[in-house]
Design a protein around this ligand. Structure first.
Ligand SMILES: [Zn+2]
Length: 295
C-alpha cells in the first residue's frame, strides 16, 4: 500500500487508499497532490519518498476533506514545505472545525469527529500562489465540495479527487456524500469531455474511460432524486423521516457518522429539488416537512 505506483516517468501515486499524486519536478523534488488522512500516513509517505531520494517541494490540495488534507500539518512541519488549496478549501483546512460544522449542520457532536472530519489544522495558502510547474492545469470540479479542483500534470495525467465514486462504492453506499447536487451533476456532465485521458480518481482505479464512471455517478444521483420524489408522493416527510425511509429502501447499514453524512447528502438533494420547483415545504406543529411542488 505505501509504495510509489508509477504512471509515467514523472507521475506516480500512493494508494493509501485515498490517492496522493506525486509529480517529479526534478530528480529530487516532488509536488504532492493531496496529503493523506493524518500524520501517521504522511510519515509513511515521507519515508517512502526518502527511500527513493525524493523530497516534498509543496502540496496542492484538491479539497479540504480529512482524507485529502489530514497529512498537511505533519508534512509542512517535517518537510518544511507549504500547502496550497483553492479558495475556501484553504480556509477550511486551516479552520478545520468549520468543515465538520458544515456537514453536521451546527456545532459538531464529538462522536462525529473520529477518523474523518478530524483534520489537523494547517496554514494553507491560496492556490494562485502555488509554484505549479509549467504545463499544469487546474480543473474546477465543484459539487462534492464547493470549490474542489482536479490537477492535470504537465505529462497529461488527470488527478480528479472525489468527483466520481467507483462502481463498488456506489453499489455499497448507495447514498454518497455530495455538498451541492445541482453543481455536481453539471460537473459530471463536463467530466465526460475528458474521456480517453488518463484520469486518477482518489477512491477507485485510474481509468481512460471516465465517461463511464461519470455516467454511473449521474445515474446514481438521478435514481436517488426519483426515489425521493416517489417517496414524498406518498406523503410529506421531514428530512429525518425521509432519510430513514431511503436507508430502509436501500437496506443500508449505518453508524452515527454515516447517518450524519447521508442526512447531509439528502438535504442537498432536497434543496436541489426545491430550487428546481419539484419540491415545496411547510411547517406544521413546529416540524419542517417536504412535499411535492405545485409546478
Ligand atoms: Zn472528499
Amino acid at each position: 500500500m505505501f509504495e510509489l505506483i508509477k504512471i509515467t516517468d514523472k507521475t506516480y501515486y500512493f494508494d493509501i487508499p485515498t490517492k496522493i499524486g506525486v509529480y517529479k519536478l526534478d530528480d529530487k523534488k516532488v509536488m504532492l497532490i493531496d496529503s493523506g488522512l493524518n500524520a501517521k500516513t504522511a510519515d509513511r509517505v515521507l519515508k517512502v519518498l526518502e527511500d527513493n531520494g525524493l523530497e516534498v517541494a509543496f502540496i496542492v490540495n484538491t479539497h479540504s476533506h480529512t482524507d485529502h488534507a489530514g497529512g498537511n500539518r505533519y508534512l509542512c512541519e517535517t518537510a518544511k514545505c507549504k500547502a496550497y488549496a483553492p479558495e475556501v478549501e484553504d480556509v477550511l483546512i486551516e479552520y478545520s472545525d468549520v468543515e465538520a460544522t458544515l456537514v453536521y449542520g451546527g456545532f459538531p457532536c464529538r462522536d462525529f469527529r473520529k477518523k474523518f472530519m478530524n483534520t489537523e489544522s494547517c496554514k494553507t495558502y491560496p492556490l494562485s500562489e502555488a509554484p505549479l510547474p509549467e504545463g499544469t492545469e487546474i480543473l474546477r470540479l465543484p459539487g462534492h465540495t464547493a470549490h474542489m479542483i482536479g490537477v492535470k500534470t504537465p505529462d497529461d495525467v488527470y488527478f480528479i479527487a472525489d468527483v466520481v465514486n467507483g462502481k463498488n462504492a456506489i453499489d455499497k453506499a448507495k447514498i454518497c456524500y455530495v455538498y451541492d447536487i445541482t453543481t455536481q451533476l453539471e460537473t459530471l456532465e463536463k467530466l465526460k469531455e475528458l474521456d480517453g485521458k488518463l484520469c486518477v480518481p482518489a477512491h477507485t482505479d485510474p481509468t481512460e474511460n471516465i465517461a463511464y464512471l461519470a455516467k454511473i455517478n449521474i445515474e446514481n444521483l438521478l435514481e436517488i432524486r426519483q426515489r425521493i420524489l416517489n417517496t414524498l408522493k406518498e406523503k410529506p416527510m421531514t428530512t429525518e423521516e425521509l432519510t430513514a425511509s431511503l436507508c430502509r429502501q436501500y437496506g443500508l447499514k449505518v453508524d452515527f457518522m454515516i447517518l450524519v453524512m447521508i442526512t447531509s447528502a439528502i438535504r442537498s438533494h432536497l434543496v436541489s429539488l426545491r430550487h428546481s420547483g419539484k419540491l415545496d415545504w411547510f411547517i406544521e406543529d413546529y416540524m419542517h416537512y417536504w412535499k411535492i411542488g405545485e409546478e
